[in-house]
Design a protein around this ligand. Sequence first.
Ligand SMILES: *Cc1c(COP(=O)(O)O)cnc(C)c1O
Length: 390
Amino acid sequence: MSVTTTTGGRHFLQIPGPTNVPDRVLRAMSAPTIDHRGPEFAALGLEVLEAVKPVFGTTQPVVIYPASGTGAWEAALTNTLSPGDKVLAFETGHFATLWQDMATRLGLQVEFVPGDWRHGADPAAAQERLAADTGHEIKAVMVVHNETSTGVTSRVPEVRKAIDAAEHPALLLVDTISSLGSIDYRHDEWGVDVTVAGSQKGLMLPPGLSFNAVSEKALQASKTAGLPRSFWDWQPILAANERGFFPYTPATNLLYALKVALEMLDDEGLANVYARHTRHAEATRAAVRGWGLEVLALDEREYSGSLTAIYLPDGGADAIREVILREYDMSLGAGLGKLADKVFRIGHLGHFNDLTLVGTLGGVQMGLVRAGVQIDPTGIQAALERLQQA
Ligand SMILES: *Cc1c(COP(=O)(O)O)cnc(C)c1O
């Protein structure tokens, strides 16, 4: 049942995850579920566990969970840390706030560096805190690579440099749930210890899988880490993975989907995938500014390639989203946490091309006018011009 007045054509799912699932991926999922202890499954398991590595930029193990991204957050913490350990986190937005809150509830002591929800993690602040921690009580630094609530990325390589400059042994844990497969990311090269990811954003899959890419240092830490864990424990999973299996029932049909989605990313080429997202983000910002509206992200080094948050300081964002859903059958992301009603978010990630962007921006522009927001209705032209450049 639809609440919209528009019944023809496809729904535009332009929230920053879950994203649109390609037909090829949907078809792959409709194959019969097989015996997850049988030889056919082992071949699939071995194949996807290897094929998933390049998208993380790693040659090290990637653990796959039948869970949403939140589960992989918990796995990253419980496998590497012990009760009472100190961790350093940055208030970049709603997701960073939720992750550090989870850390607190798991019995960790969180030092949460305050932020304005318009910037990424500050590498200088990281260096300062770590340099001051001469007793090396901080065991991990937690960074959200792409803050989905704000459309702001954190400069992970610079955070890595800050840790090194302070000569601090803390682990680096990074959430890439809304950046993996859409924004350039390099687990090995950037010296990340645990990379957390999810299936339903840049990877173009339905919700239900999540990931931990694990460094050798993180694996060593897991041998002495004292937080209780069972379902999330890397060791039995990695042991079973050696033969392509999992210790408990995997999400078999989502693994069929993962195999195809990884083939699609590989066919396009990861560098081209990242460039496509950057270009669509640039065109989106051009439209927002053309309309005379404000992009929430303030630092151009931190613009997100996967989504754009539009800031309406006086509120009214929810009413705009309601009009756009009702009139044009398009879902946009709501403002989360303290940005409720002050932000709406356009997801331009995953299975997405120039004309999906033009349709999306056309719907936003018509919705803004319909909702009575004072805008320059030629704003979309700036996006079209950006798309027409080579
Ligand atoms: C979506 C998201 C999450 C939460 O993932 P779930 O799959 O909803 O559990 C966490 N962090 C970021 C950055 C996200 O975008």
